[in-house]
Design a protein around this ligand. Sequence first.
Ligand code: PGA
Ligand code: ZN
Length: 430
Amino acid sequence: MSGFVISNVKARQVLDSRGNPTVEVEISTDRFSARASVPSGASKGRHEALEIRDNGKEFLGKGVRKAVSNVKTVIAPKLIGLDAREQGEIDSLLIDLDGTENKSRLGANAILACSMACARLGAICKGVELYEHLGEICNSTPNVMPVPVMNIINGGKHAGNNLDIQEHMIMPVRAKSFLEALRKATEVYHLLKRKIESKYGKHAINVGDEGGYAPPMESSEEAFEIIVETIEEAGYGKEIALAFDAAASEFYDGKNYTLAGKSMGSGELLDFYSDLISTFNIISAEDPFAEDDWEGFVEFTRKFGNKIQVVGDDLFVTNVRRLKEGIERGACNCMLLKINQIGTVSEAMDAAKLAYENGYNVMVSHRSGETCDDFIADLSVAINCGQIKSGAPARGERVAKYNRLIRIEERLTDSSYAQNLKRTVLGSYL
Ligand code: PGA
Ligand code: ZN
């Protein structure tokens, strides 16, 4: 066991892609060392595990010194002496040490950084790649490369424009490999820049938090129209489909939804989506209703769930308990997986397992505030989920994940591109 026992844990405050502090942890044995840092959302779900912020003077309240200190003083002494390869044991310890339902004592940011660093260290100790190690932990044989689900026009909380719908995405579903899909989607991204510039001017080509453009558009129809024109022009009409993340909690006031200045109830919002879905080749819809509007989700799923993917993000928050409720009620057919919504790698993989057992798809996702940590690229392949949302193919923290996937695809000798989705609601689009 020599070489595999955790002997040192370091933690520090570093910056994320928005310039906000986040937690980075470095864990070592006497022979190996690994590092991980955690992301942070802007349109966070109410039911997510809690990331602890200092709320002091530094960094306008956003410091994470308290979380860093929790790693150093509370977590580190307990991790030292454990076998880095035993992820289940490590995550159980982290969960018990915190003891709260939403990890509010030590902070999900403190806990997750440790969980991720341990997983990476475990892989190094075993002499395998991270995706292989994670695959062993959840009894899967990693061999499916994911569809890059790219947010190329940003709105909502991620951009300074009037688009209420947060993410207008493309899914290059028809390709032979991840590399080919990435190339096609990236070409569309660049062509879109030219089109936006000629139509809206130079000031319209700045990008939002997730690397997509944030032009001064008034509606999602306008956004999808220009995306469709671009896909056609690029010659990928059949290969690239559309998706959106409404992040509807952000335009819900507890009673009504407000889209483009118009207040509407759940029924009207459903009609709005009906029009959008019948007009455009939309194959995946995320958070079309607010996080506690179960009825809205159930209705939406009843109406579209056998034709397109319905994704629960703020609704499920990668939480087995919320997902169970959704399964019982018939909400969605896909779970968005964000490890920092739940706080440990093991719990995130448990949620994925529950999703699969119930015929749900899983889409691994970044957050709008990211670092260049590429952990989720490995995770998406480890659980063979077939789809990953990591923003536009621009900005270092977004492409870090796509570039890692290029390397993973090169390593895998018998990989397929998203073939597992053939048996799902997305099957007919592949
Ligand atoms: P967030 O948004 O990371 O800002 O929460 C991402 C999403 O809603 O999918
Ligand atoms: Zn979302």
